[in-house]
Design a protein around this ligand. Structure first.
Ligand code: GDP
Length: 298
C-alpha cells in the first residue's frame, strides 16, 4: 500500500525516491551530485549556477552519508547565500520627484507592478504620479488608468501614438509642480523592433535629463518568472537598451520555476526590489531570500 511520500512536494523528493526519504542516508557520491545538479537545472537555476551550487554542496560532504533533510538544508542555505546580496527594496532618495523608469517586455507585468508599487508608496505617505509611457498601446494606457484609480494615484496620459518622451517631460513637470515624491514611468515593451525601442528609451532619458540631469534614478526591469531561462536573455537585452538598476520578478505565485531567480542573482547580481505574488493590488512582496530558498527546496 502506497504511503504519501514525505518529501516529494519539493524538488528534492525525487532525489531520494518516494519512500522513507527523510530517514534514508546515502553516501554523497558522483551519482547523487549529478542527480542533484539535474534537479537544479530542471528548476531553472541554469547550467552554470547549478554546477556551482552542487560543487559547493559537495565540499566537506563528499563521500559522507547524508539524509534528504541535510541536503535540503544545505541547499537552502547555499541558495539563500546567493540571494541575500540582491534582496534590496527600491531605494528611495531625497530627490523630488524621484524618477522610476519601468521597462520590460509586454505581458511581463509592468502595468500591474506600477499599480502595486504606487499603491504601496501612496499608503506609506509618498505622493506618486504615473506616466503612461506606452503611448502606442491604447489598452496599456487604459489598464494603467484602472491601476492608477485603484492605487489612488494620478496617471498622466497622451494621445495614442504621441511621443513618449514628451509625455515623460510633461509628467515630470506636473510631478514637480505637485510636489510629488515619485514619478513612475511606464514604457513600451515591443522587443520585435529593438532599434526603435532603444531609441525610444534613450530619448525618454535624454528629455528627462533636461529637467533633472540625475534622472532616471531607477530603471526597473520587470520579469515574468514563468518564462524560466528566457528571463536571463531578457536581462541581457534590456541591459543593452537601458541602464537597468534593479528587477521586479512577477508571477512567482503560479510557478515552481522560481529557480531562475538564483541564476539571475548569480549571473547579474542586480537587486531584486520586490516579487509579484498575484494579480491583486496587495500582491507585491519584498524579496525574502530565506523564505524563497525554503520554498524552492521544499
Ligand atoms: P504589461 O504588459 O507588462 O504591462 O503586463 P500586465 O501588467 O498587463 O500583466 C500581464 C498579465 O500578468 C495580467 O493578466 C496580470 O494580471 C498578470 N500578472 C502581473 N503580475 C502578476 C503576478 O505577480 N502574479 C500573477 N499571477 N499574475 C500577474
Amino acid at each position: 500500500q502506497a504511503e504519501p511520500a514525505p518529501s516529494s512536494g519539493g524538488m528534492l523528493g525525487r532525489l531520494f525516491g518516494r519512500q522513507g526519504a527523510d530517514v534514508v542516508r546515502r553516501p554523497l557520491d558522483d551519482d547523487m551530485l549529478e542527480s542533484l545538479e539535474d534537479l537544479l537545472i530542471t528548476a531553472d537555476m541554469g547550467v552554470d549556477t547549478s554546477a556551482r551550487v552542487t560543487a559547493n554542496l559537495a565540499e566537506g560532504r563528499y563521500g559522507k552519508r547524508v539524509s534528504t533533510e541535510e541536503i535540503k538544508a544545505a541547499l537552502a542555505q547555499e541558495i539563500a547565500r546567493i540571494m541575500e546580496p540582491v534582496a534590496k527594496p527600491l531605494p528611495l532618495y531625497p530627490k523630488k520627484p524621484q524618477v522610476v523608469l519601468v521597462v520590460g517586455v509586454n505581458g511581463s507585468g509592468k502595468t500591474t507592478t506600477i499599480g502595486k508599487l504606487s499603491s504601496q508608496f501612496n499608503a506609506a505617505g509618498k505622493k506618486v504620479v504615473i506616466a503612461a509611457g506606452d503611448t502606442f498601446r491604447a489598452a496599456a494606457v487604459e489598464q494603467l488608468q484602472v491601476w492608477g484609480d485603484r492605487a489612488g494615484v494620478p496617471v498622466m496620459t497622451a494621445p495614442q501614438g504621441s511621443d513618449p518622451a514628451s509625455l515623460a517631460f510633461e509628467a515630470h513637470k506636473k510631478a514637480e509642480a505637485d510636489g510629488a515624491d515619485l514619478l513612475m514611468i511606464d514604457t513600451a515593451g515591443r522587443l520585435q523592433n529593438r532599434a526603435d525601442l532603444m531609441e525610444e528609451l534613450a530619448k525618454i532619458v535624454r528629455v528627462l535629463r533636461k529637467r533633472d540631469e540625475t534622472a532616471p534614478h531607477n530603471t526597473v526591469l520587470v520579469l515574468d518568472a514563468t518564462t524560466g531561462q528566457n528571463a536571463l536573455s531578457q536581462v541581457e537585452t534590456f541591459q543593452k537598451l537601458a541602464d537597468v538598476s534593479g528587477l521586479v520578478m512577477t508571477k512567482l505565485d503560479g510557478t515552481a520555476r522560481g529557480g531562475v531567480l538564483v541564476a539571475l542573482a548569480d549571473k547579474f547580481g542586480l537587486p531584486i526590489h520586490a516579487i509579484g505574488v498575484g494579480e491583486q493590488i496587495d500582491d507585491l512582496a519584498p524579496f525574502d531570500p530565506e523564505e524563497f530558498a525554503a520554498a524552492l527546496t521544499g
